[in-house]
Design a protein around this ligand. Structure first.
Ligand SMILES: [Zn+2]
Ligand SMILES: [Zn+2]
Ligand SMILES: [Zn+2]
Length: 48
């Protein structure tokens, strides 16, 4: 319940609500908001 998926549409990471990037898992996803990526490039294990 507490965990939620990264707000970037192409990303599969689970994000902690109090994480440093808000609704995103990483700086990458935060900056990629607004872009549609087929493959997320955040480099986390869930996205490879
Ligand atoms: Zn990702
Ligand atoms: Zn992400
Ligand atoms: Zn990620």
């Amino acid at each position: 319940m507490a965990d939620q998926k990264c707000a970037h549409p192409g990303c599969n990471c689970i994000v902690e609500p109090k994480g440093p990037y808000g609704k995103y898992c990483s700086e990458h996803c935060k900056e990629a908001r607004g872009m549609t990526e087929l493959r997320c490039g955040c480099q986390h294990i869930d996205c490879r």
